[in-house]
Ligand binder design. Structure first.
Ligand SMILES: *Cc1c(COP(=O)(O)O)cnc(C)c1O
Length: 390
C-alpha cells in the first residue's frame, strides 16, 4: 500500500489520464427517465434489462413481505436466518434453470468467490477467459489453486491449456461477456470440458431473464444440460430487478457448497422480503416474453442505425451494445456530448476494459420505447464528430 501522501498523487494521475472514477447520485427510480445529480436524463446504462427494478408488482411484494417477515434476516443461513422465502425462491430458481437445486448468495460477487474457492484447491488449476468478470478473477485469488487465462473465446487456446496445465480443476466463463455483450462459445466449451473430464462453470449474470425461452438464460439458449454445465451462477440484481445471486446445479453440488462455501456460510442471509420480491420478478420474467421481444427489436434497430452513422459496435446480439471509442479521453468526450443532449450513457475505461478499449456501454431495457431509441440515435448523430476514429 502506498503511504498516505501518495493517495492524492495517485488520484491526480488518474484524473490526468481520464481514468478517475466518479459516483453520480441517482435521485429517482431506476428506469429510462432518471434524475441524476439533479438533472433529468434519458438513461441507457443500467442492467435492469427487463424493466423490473421499479415495477409496482415488485415493490408491492416487497412491502407485503416486509410487513409479514420484517426487514433483517437476523442471522446467517446456517444459524437461524434461512427463512421460508429464501427456501421457496431457491426451489423456484432450480426449476427455472432446469437444475436439481439452487443456493442463494448475497451477491454475484460473493457467489463467485464462494463456489470457485470451494471447488478448487492447492496444486490445481482454474482456467478462465481473459475477459471474465472481475469477481471470477478475484475468486481465483481467494482459492489456493493457480489461475491460467486463455484468449477471449478462443477454443484452440482453451484446448491447448487443458492439455498442458497441471490438474485442470474447473473451467470458468461469463455466459454473456459483461463489457462486450458477446456470448461464450458454450457448445464447444462443453464438449472440450467433457473430453477432458473437467467441470464447466458459467456465470450467467447477463443471460438469466434475457436469453432462452422464458428467460431461462444462456444455457437454455444453447440447449445445454446440467451434465454439460454442472455449475451455473445467476444474479438477481440485473434482469430479475432485485438483488442477490444463486448457484444452481445438482443436489450434491449444493449440499457440498453449504458445507464449504465460506462466503455463503459466514455472512448474514439476504433480507427475506427481497427473496419474496424476487419471486414476483421471476414470475414476470417467465410470463411476459414481450419484454424479451422488445429488447430484440430495440437492439436490432440500434445496431443498424448506429452503424449507419459510422459508429463501431461489437458483435453482440444482447442488450449490451458497446460503442467502441479507444481512448479514455475520447470516451469521456462522447459521453459528455450525449449528456449535453439529455442522454446518459456511461463511459467504460481501463482497467475495467483493456487499454485502448474504452467505450460507451449502451444497455437496453424492455422499458425503453422506440421513441427513446429515436432520441438516443439523434444524440449520437449530433455527437458524431466528437469521435475521430469511429
Ligand atoms: C454483475 C456481475 C457479477 C456480480 O454480481 P452482483 O450481484 O452485482 O455482485 C458477476 N458476474 C458478472 C458477469 C456480472 O456482470
Amino acid at each position: 500500500m502506498p503511504p498516505i501522501a501518495d493517495w492524492a498523487a495517485e488520484l491526480a494521475t488518474r484524473e490526468r489520464q481520464g481514468l478517475l472514477r466518479r459516483r453520480r447520485v441517482l435521485q429517482s427510480q431506476q428506469g429510462p427517465h432518471v434524475i441524476i445529480d439533479g438533472q433529468h436524463r434519458l438513461a441507457f446504462c443500467s442492467n435492469d434489462y427487463l424493466g423490473l427494478a421499479a415495477h409496482p408488482a415488485l415493490t408491492e411484494a416487497l412491502k407485503g413481505a416486509a410487513d409479514q417477515w420484517g426487514v433483517g434476516s437476523g442471522a446467517s443461513h446456517l444459524v437461524c436466518g434461512h427463512h421460508q422465502c429464501h427456501h421457496d425462491l431457491e426451489q423456484a430458481l432450480a426449476a427455472h434453470t432446469g437444475r436439481e437445486a439452487a443456493l442463494l448468495f448475497s451477491s454475484g460477487y460473493m457467489a463467485n468467490l464462494g463456489v470457485i474457492a470451494a471447488l478448487t484447491g492447492r496444486g490445481e488449476t482454474i482456467l478462465q477467459d481473459r475477459l471474465n468478470h472481475a469477481s471470477l478473477l478475484d475468486a481465483a485469488r481467494l482459492s489456493d489453486a493457480r489461475l491460467v487465462r486463455y484468449a477471449h473465446n478462443d477454443m484452440g487456446a482453451l484446448k491447448q491449456r487443458l492439455e498442458s496445465v497441471d490438474k485442470p480443476a474447473l473451467v470458468v466463463t461469463d455466459g454473456v461477456f459483461s463489457m462486450d455483450g458477446d456470448l461464450a462459445d458454450l457448445p464447444a466449451m462443453a464438449q472440450l470440458c467433457q473430453d477432458h473430464q473437467v467441470p464447466l462453470m458459467v456465470d450467467d449474470a447477463h443471460g438469466i431473464g434475457v436469453l432462452g425461452a422464458q428467460g431461462g438464460g444462456v444455457l437454455s439458449h444453447f440447449g445445454l444440460s446440467p451434465e454439460q454445465v454442472p455449475v451455473l451462477m445467476g444474479t438477481l440484481g440485473k434482469a430479475l430487478g432485485v438483488y442477490g445471486a444463486f448457484i444452481a446445479g445438482s443436489q450434491a453440488l449444493i449440499d457440498y457448497l453449504v458445507q464449504k462455501a465460506r462466503p455463503y456460510i459466514y455472512t448474514t442471509a439476504l433480507p427475506p422480503a427481497l427473496a419474496a420480491a424476487t419471486q414476483v420478478g421471476l414470475q414476470l420474467c417467465r410470463d411476459e416474453s414481450w419484454r424479451r421481444e422488445q429488447l430484440t427489436a430495440l437492439v436490432q434497430r440500434f445496431r443498424r442505425e448506429a452503424q449507419g452513422l459510422g459508429y463501431e459496435l461489437m458483435p453482440s446480439a444482447t442488450p449490451i451494445q458497446p460503442i467502441m471509442v479507444g481512448s479514455a479521453h475520447e470516451a469521456l468526450r462522447l459521453s459528455t456530448a450525449l449528456e449535453e443532449q439529455g442522454v446518459l450513457v456511461t463511459a467504460i475505461r481501463p482497467p475495467t476494459v483493456p487499454l485502448g478499449g474504452a467505450r460507451l456501454r449502451v444497455t437496453f431495457s424492455a422499458a425503453h420505447t422506440e421513441a427513446h431509441l429515436d432520441q438516443l440515435l439523434e444524440a449520437l448523430a449530433k455527437a458524431r464528430e466528437v469521435v475521430h476514429g469511429a
